[in-house]
Write a protein that binds this ligand. Structure first.
Ligand code: SF4
Length: 418
């Protein structure tokens, strides 16, 4: 959306930072690693004020919301900080900084956004903020409560994306399953997905992230009924020990989690379930970790990401006394990831010999292989399928691909099946 803001004012957008006179950095302040990455980027870009054409450095996003005063002190190279709750006055602040003569009514607008995920796949944000208040998470305090966008506004944006040729739509929010409750008094994700399916150009529709306690029968039915909705659920579960889940202020418990996974697998036999777990939450005992580990072995998730708990300023969990030692967190993380590596391998091997519809995202440097994804893979997070390049396929094509083998890590290898 920031790019759209400048485009509306006829600024030229350049793809190389060395060419830019104004650099805007959008930061994330969610976890320690994201904060470090943001600071590193700011320092790198600040150097361009000496070595390249940069005259103005603007920093915005969640990190500013959390640490504006500290950042202003520590980073005098930055010309303007804009917090996430100052977006309405964003252009006004930029005008002042650049000493522009007139005051325009330029504001951030979803319809003006420039999409950076290629020509075929676009993300569609349906809500801002979060009201779940997990005790380890800073997002509700950074982004505010969950606010759904009106359905008509989302559909208008979706129709525009369809007109621009996008074929894969990824519906996102901190928790998509809560969509509509604040605005319409009831969950509306299933209805929204149904309406998106009616937009002709779309071939694949996905939604991330689905919270376990809010996955309704209606939603499962909709996924089963609509061919365009990928059989893919990304359900951040975070833990399996009831004691830890409770201290995390998660609404689900081990029993409801188990029931949900069993139900999903029964109702949608080819479902792909992706999840995220956190190890080393304060007070997590060896027994808690063992419960989680055993569950992962049993549930055999197709995709799994794990994080070591990071102590975030201002969160209730950061005040808990029983913080876990760094080395213990690392050891538990390694164990989980090792266990999952084997499960993923087995799951991938089961795909060999099967044929899937795949979307061509690009090609390897030498042009020998097309890089594709099936309904089982979301961009950037999951693996890809390397398909022998016949010379007759191009980016954005949907082709039938027979899986012929397992590649490195989480990737598959295949050939076109006519
Ligand atoms: S649901 Fe997600 S975004 Fe919301 S508080 Fe919990 S972890 Fe944070």
């Amino acid at each position: 959306m920031f790019v759209g803001l400048f485009k509306k004012e006829k600024f030229e957008i350049v793809s190389n930072q060395h060419e830019a006179q104004i650099i805007v950095i959008n930061t994330c302040g969610f976890i320690e690693s994201a904060k470090e990455e943001a600071i590193q980027t700011i320092l790198e870009m600040a150097e361009l004020k000496q070595t390249a054409k940069c005259q103005f450095l603007i920093v915005t996003g969640c990190l500013v919301k959390r640490y504006q005063k500290e950042l202003e002190k520590a980073l005098p190279e930055v010309d303007l900080f804009i917090s996430v709750d100052e977006y309405d006055e964003m252009w006004c602040k930029i005008e002042n900084l650049l000493d522009l003569p007139r005051k325009s009514k330029n504001t951030l607008d979803y319809l003006d956004r420039t999409i950076s995920t290629g020509d075929k796949t676009a993300y569609l944000k349906i809500a801002e903020g979060c009201s779940n208040h997990c005790t380890y998470c800073a997002i509700p305090s950074i982004r505010g409560p969950y606010i759904s966008r009106p359905m008509e506004e989302i559909l208008k944006e979706a129709r525009r994306l369809a007109d621009l040729g996008y074929q894969e739509i990824i519906v996102i929010a901190q928790d998509t399953t809560k969509y509509g409750i604040d605005l319409y008094g009831e969950p509306k994700l299933a209805e929204l997905l149904e309406k998106l399916c009616q937009i002709q150009n779309f071939k694949w529709i996905r939604f991330l992230y689905a919270y376990p306690e809010s996955i309704t029968d209606e939603l499962i039915e909709m996924v089963k009924k609509q061919d365009k909705i990928c059989h893919y659920f990304d359900i951040p579960l975070q833990h399996f020990s009831d004691r830890v889940l409770k201290r995390m202020n998660r609404k689900s418990d081990s029993k409801s989690i188990e029931n949900l996974i069993t139900n999903l697998r029964k109702q949608i036999p080819d479902v792909i379930i992706r999840t995220t777990f956190m190890v080393g939450f304060p007070s997590e005992t060896e027994e808690d970790f063992e419960e989680l580990y055993e569950f992962i072995k049993k549930a055999k998730f197709e995709k799994l990401g794990a994080f070591a708990y990071s102590k975030e300023d201002g969160t209730p969990a950061s005040k808990l006394k029983e913080q876990i030692h760094y080395k213990t967190k690392q050891k538990r993380w390694n164990l989980l990831m090792k266990c999952q590596e084997e499960i993923s391998r087995q799951k991938l091997e089961e795909k060999v010999g099967k044929t899937y519809s795949t979307l061509i995202d690009g090609f390897t440097h030498d042009g020998k292989y097309a890089i594709a994804r099936s309904y089982m893979d979301i961009p950037d997070e999951d693996g890809v399928i390397y398909i022998e390049n016949t010379g007759k396929i191009k980016i954005g094509d949907f082709v039938k691909c027979e899986i012929t083998g397992v590649g490195e890590k989480y990737d598959l290898v295949g050939k076109i099946n006519h």
